[in-house]
Design a protein around this ligand. Structure first.
Ligand code: DX5
Ligand code: ZN
Length: 223
């Protein structure tokens, strides 16, 4: 199970997107996390496939993890796949046939993931556990960066880690130097961090710190 740190591009300085992406790649982070929002699913909007394509053109070797906060991800999967998404994450709360969409993502040769909002019981994931490459547990209500980490979500992580000891388990929302150890102890092996990482003058040091938190809990060496 790889230990991974993913800066969320939502927190990048909009005036310097290319430099911000290069800074994230140079920090030693494993992938860029791209938050795609549909205002019927969350109370906000962000960006679309053209930004995923921009990332591919700017830093082709930097892995693109695409989080679709959308009611109808089925209508946009092809566009994001064509734009260069490498993992596509869809919400269990979305309004589409998730079995079909999870299969479609894999059929395109991409990794799939299912995402769980803070208020959604972990039991909702049950029908999909055998067909996902990773699970993302939200630790904020999706829609905005810079919110407080909801620690009440930690038991979901612990349950999923016990249930699926080798699955990739990601946490997104409010992750920083204080909350990362909580997520790691509960069983996460992948951390998304937006505002915490992009506000660092030395992003590489912060990425290394988060990686150490994961490694301490996984009993592995930080790289
Ligand atoms: C929330 C997004 C998150 C967000 C995380 O809607 O899914 O990925 O960018 O930002 P921070 O780390 O600032 O909470
Ligand atoms: Zn996200």
């Amino acid at each position: 199970m790889a230990l991974q740190i993913l800066p969320s591009f939502l927190a990048a300085d909009l005036g310097h997107l290319a430099d911000e992406l290069r800074r994230a790649e140079a920090s030693g982070a494993d992938a860029i996390h791209l938050d795609i929002m549909d205002p019927t699913f969350v109370p906000n909007m962000s960006f679309g496939p053209s930004v995923v394509d921009f990332c591919r053109r700017t830093c082709p070797g930097f892995y693109r993890n695409v989080h679709l906060m959308m009611n109808r991800p089925d209508l946009y999967l092809d566009a994001f796949a064509q734009a260069g998404a490498q993992t596509i994450q869809i919400h269990v709360e979305a309004d589409c046939d998730l079995h079909t969409e999870l299969r479609r993502i894999r059929a395109r040769g991409l990794r799939n993931a299912i995402v769980l909002n803070p208020e959604t019981p972990v039991a909702r994931l049950e029908p999909y556990l055998g067909e996902v490459d990773e699970i993302l547990v939200m630790t904020v209500h999706p829609g905005f960066g810079g919110q407080r980490f909801i620690a009440d979500c930690l038991p979901k992580l612990a349950y999923l880690r016990r249930r699926l000891p080798t699955i990739d388990l990601m946490v997104d929302g409010g992750v920083d130097a204080e909350t990362a150890p909580l997520a790691a102890r509960a069983g996460a092996n992948q951390l998304v961090a937006g505002s915490y990482l992009f506000r660092q003058p030395d992003m590489a040091a912060a990425v290394a710190g988060l990686r150490r938190d994961l490694a301490a809990c996984a009993g592995q060496e930080a790289r």
